[in-house]
Design a protein around this ligand. Structure first.
Ligand code: MN
Length: 249
């Protein structure tokens, strides 16, 4: 009997890439995500946005889900306001990912929600977002760019007993932040379980721990490049949860 690697679906972003042949519309999953899944024993597949009605059949065919980072969610979906610093708003991507979240919740599919992914989770289930952290809270240290993203620069305090704390095995982690939005109202069925010192929510935890969902506002896929133990633990926890639900043949 051969035990197969669990299949981990990863949501994608839709940039226009400059090529020698001109502009290319693409579905992109940053390689750091697929590397982190592969080195922890999963087999990644890319999920381009399709009709929300397809979410059920897609979730039938995967063992775990990474809700990846990317542009801002259309504020109309949570009763928010447009802000000048919002970027890459794509309602088609939003609606597809909201449907994935709701179906994943119904089926208790293992999920790792990262950055935008945490925000998608929150909005899909009835929460809302702070449209722009610098203009509302004043903190500017949630947004680093460039090569420093593989190193941590910000401390998050995590609630003991939350799924993220259990996966990592620590109540305090040093993280990388690349976001200008954050959770405002937490979705019903979840609670905030991790914060930076300015009070920004960095972890969501399900009230029902029988749904293995890890939701973090930072970017473990980049920290994993430098072998950060906490980040690798998040990916291995996802893959192990996915493996437990995987059929073997
Ligand atoms: Mn942050």
């Amino acid at each position: 009997m051969r035990v197969m690697n669990p299949i981990i679906g990863i949501t994608s972003r839709q940039p226009v890439i400059k090529t020698s042949g001109g502009d290319l519309e693409a579905h992109v999953v940053n390689k750091v995500y697929t590397d982190a899944v592969i080195r922890n024993g999963g087999t990644p597949i890319t999920l381009p946005p399709v009709a929300p009605s397809e979410a059920t059949r897609i979730i039938d065919r995967i063992d775990g889900l990474v809700l990846s980072g990317g542009g801002d969610i259309d504020p109309a979906s949570y009763g928010g306001k447009l802000h000048d610093d919002m970027y890459a708003i794509d309602p088609r991507r939003d609606e597809f990912e909201f449907a994935l979240v709701r179906e994943a919740q119904r089926r208790k599919l293992p999920v790792l929600a990262i950055c935008r992914g945490l925000q998608v989770l929150n909005v899909a289930l009835g929460g809302s977002l702070i449209e722009d952290i610098p203009s509302e809270i004043g903190s500017t240290d949630h947004s680093i760019r460039g090569p420093e993203v593989v190193n941590c620069h910000q401390t998050v305090t995590i609630e003991p007993g939350s799924l993220v704390a259990s996966a990592i095995g620590e109540a305090e982690v040093c993280v990388n932040s690349i976001h200008h939005q954050a959770v405002r109202k937490v979705a019903p069925g979840f609670r905030a379980a991790g914060w930076t010192s300015d009070g920004v929510i960095e972890v969501l935890d399900p009230e029902d721990h029988s749904w293995p969902i890890l939701a973090v506002q930072w970017h473990p896929e980049y920290l994993a490049v430098e072998n950060d133990a906490a980040s690798l633990a998040l990916f291995s926890s996802l893959v192990e949860a996915a493996r437990r639900k995987t059929r073997v043949s």
